[in-house]
Every structure is written in C-alpha cells, then in structure tokens.
Design a protein around this ligand. Structure first.
Ligand SMILES: [Zn+2]
Ligand SMILES: [Zn+2]
Length: 168
C-alpha cells in the first residue's frame, strides 16, 4: 500500500503534468486560431476577437470560433470571385440575334438564320462596328450616312472634304 505522502506527491506530479499539458494546448490553440483567422479576414478587430474568444474560453471558445469564423479563406474567396468573373464574361460574350434569338458569333455581320444585320464593317478599315456606332473606334473614320442626318438631299450628296482628299 502507498503511504499518503507518496500518493500525494504522485497526484501532485500528475496535476503538474496535466496543467503543463493544458497550458501548452491552450497556447497552441491560440496560435492556431491566430494563424487560421489571418487567412480568413483582413479585419484586425475580428482577428483580435477570435484570439480573445479562444484565449478566454479555451476549448468551448474554439467551438464558438469554428461556428462563427468566415466560411471561406481569403484565398478561396479570391478564387471564387475569379470564377464568377469569368462566368459573367462568358455570358456577356454570348450574343443572341435580335431577330430570331439564336446564338450568333461576335464576328458575324448578318444572322445566317433570319438575315438580320448584326454588325457593319467600317468603310475605311473594314473592321467590325456595332450598328449604332457613328464613328469607327479603330481608325476614327465617321461612318457614312450617319453625320449627314438632317441635311437636305443636295447637301448629303455633295462630297465632304474627306471624300475630296481621298480622290486626290
Ligand atoms: Zn437571326
Ligand atoms: Zn475604321
């Protein structure tokens, strides 16, 4: 049989070991939380709060942190926003014919199904332009006809200075 003194010192040693373990566990949980929250938010207040909750409440604090922490890391959030952006771009790039609502390519001048005009070509550089554009964005040539709106037939037929230069 152990005498009370030996038993006492064994218990003391055990509790000392237990406390040391708990303190080490407590510190590493705080460190882990700080590292984890850093990857999830740039907000210093939230970072401090997370560390304080775990430091103050220990294991239950960790459970609370798990429940309340931002679900995604900043890295995951960044990836997600990239994906959403490219998805949006893909949707924007898909064009539908205003005449028959079939899918058309951005480079088509006319819808092959219903022959609706989709684009016009610049009469100077030949690049594609939207139908409502009055000036070519590639070579800055005004589209013919557009600037003559509101003029009399006579004025419209008279060659513009640019036309005269072209002929010389
Ligand atoms: Zn069409
Ligand atoms: Zn042009």
């Amino acid at each position: 049989m152990l005498n009370p003194t030996t038993l006492n010192s064994i218990l003391l040693a055990l509790s000392a070991w237990g406390s040391a373990f708990l303190v080490a566990l407590w510190l590493s949980l705080i460190f882990w939380t700080i590292r984890d929250i850093r990857g999830r938010t740039a907000d210093n207040l939230l970072r401090t709060l997370a560390a304080l909750v775990v430091a103050g409440l220990f294991l239950p604090g960790l459970v609370i942190y798990f429940i309340l922490r931002p679900a995604r890391t900043l890295e995951e959030e960044y990836q997600q926003s990239l994906e959403e952006e490219s998805l949006l771009r893909a949707i924007e790039e898909r064009q539908l014919c205003p005449g028959c609502s079939r899918q058309v390519e951005r480079t088509w001048l006319v819808c092959p199904d219903c022959q609706t005009r989709l684009k016009k070509a610049c009469h100077h550089c030949g690049k594609l332009m939207e139908l409502h554009w009055n000036i070519c964005p590639h070579c800055a040539t005004p589209s013919p006809g557009m600037r003559k709106e509101g003029l009399t037939m006579d004025e419209a037929l008279r060659p513009t200075p640019a036309d005269i230069l072209d002929e010389e």
